[in-house]
Write a protein that binds this ligand. Structure first.
Ligand SMILES: O=C(O)CCC(=O)C(=O)O
Length: 331
């Protein structure tokens, strides 16, 4: 079913600070061996939550790597403090996909026991989507506004986003909240307002919001149409988490690639992933093109001017068409 776009130029934006989650996530761990039941829960509720899902050893490794960057690169905690207490220094020039984090998500996803878990979540062997956001959030920092991932990242329908707490994040440290069962009415983002098209007040049931006291190694999967947002960190510690995404390892739709050649309505890329190889994809007005800056959607009519052979891209394909072309990250 399709829903008319929201176009309310005079509406007030929904403010994440006005939301109080009153519900608790249900733990879906018992559904892991019944993929149909797991999918039914996901379709019904718009999320999956797994308590202590990832191998503790892999989580401690990722936590220590993140906290070492927090200490050495950003100077916001003391080296060796495994609680990640904030030392009062401001977080400056933070980049959620900065090269300093490169490899942390891959090691976590490719850990053999995590692979077993992710294959159960996905229903087949899982590979990482080369797009990760690493989060080191000090107390009282900005909070991620309410959004639906599918609105900003077309083509992600087949993935499973994997939001992972790497330290214990009880409510005062903050984490993610999800508007449960609010994912069946299309996008709420307000096209009547300028980018980033904030969701207006009054569209999402205020009693639908759920969260939990996260523990390190918990995993939350959020449906691409589920509204969700960060919750504030009012503690004395850093909120350390990452959001990565997994997809079919057999037929990956999203891959890092190098541009071989370009025409006004197609491009040929050589993928880093061996089972994708060199492919030619159609590009059209609907392709979500963000090849120079992830925050700027490019004008399709000038595709050949800004997309140059040799350029590295994150490509999302749907059959023989490019659904999204984005400047790459070093996940
Ligand atoms: O961790 C956060 O604050 C935001 C994460 C998020 O919104 C996402 O994974 O889509």
């Amino acid at each position: 079913m399709s829903f008319p776009p929201v176009n309310l130029p005079d509406a007030r934006d929904l403010d994440v600070r006005d939301i109080t989650p009153t519900k608790e996530f249900e733990d879906c761990t018992s559904l892991l061996d019944d993929h149909d039941a797991l999918n039914a829960f996901y379709d019904e509720n718009g999320y999956l939550f797994f308590r202590n899902a990832l191998s503790p050893r892999s989580v401690v490794q990722a936590r220590d790597e993140m906290l070492a960057i927090a200490a050495d690169h950003y100077g916001i905690t003391e080296k060796g403090d495994t609680l990640g207490r904030w030392n009062g220094n401001p977080l400056k020039d933070f980049c959620e996909d900065g090269e300093e984090f490169s490899g942390i998500s891959r090691r976590l996803i490719e850990d053999p026991s995590n692979q077993d878990f992710l294959a159960k979540v996905l229903g087949e062997p899982a590979a990482m989507v080369p797009l990760v956001q690493y989060r080191l959030y000090p107390p009282n920092g900005p909070v991620t506004p309410v959004h639906q991932d599918g609105f900003y990242s077309p083509g992600i329908e087949g993935y499973r986003p994997v939001w992972t707490a790497l330290v214990d994040c009880p409510r005062e440290v903050g984490g993610l909240m999800v508007a449960v069962r609010q994912h069946k009415r299309g996008f709420y983002h307000n096209l009547g307002k300028p980018t980033p098209f904030f969701i207006p007040e009054g569209m999402i049931d205020p009693d639908s919001w759920a969260t939990t006291d996260y523990r390190a190694g918990d995993v939350l999967v959020v449906h691409p149409y589920s509204p969700h947002a960060g919750t504030p960190n009012t503690s004395d510690r850093l909120r350390v988490s990452l959001d990565t995404r997994v997809q079919s390892a057999r037929a990956p739709k999203a891959f890092a690639a190098r541009v071989v050649s370009v025409t006004p309505n197609s491009l040929t890329v050589e993928a880093d992933t061996a089972n994708v190889g060199t492919v030619t994809l159609k590009v059209d007005e609907q392709t979500f093109i963000r090849v120079r800056n992830p925050g700027i959607r490019e004008d399709f009519s000038r595709f050949v001017e800004y997309t140059l052979p040799g350029m590295r891209l994150l490509v999302v394909r749907e059959g023989d068409r490019a659904e999204m072309l984005r400047c790459p990250t070093a996940p």
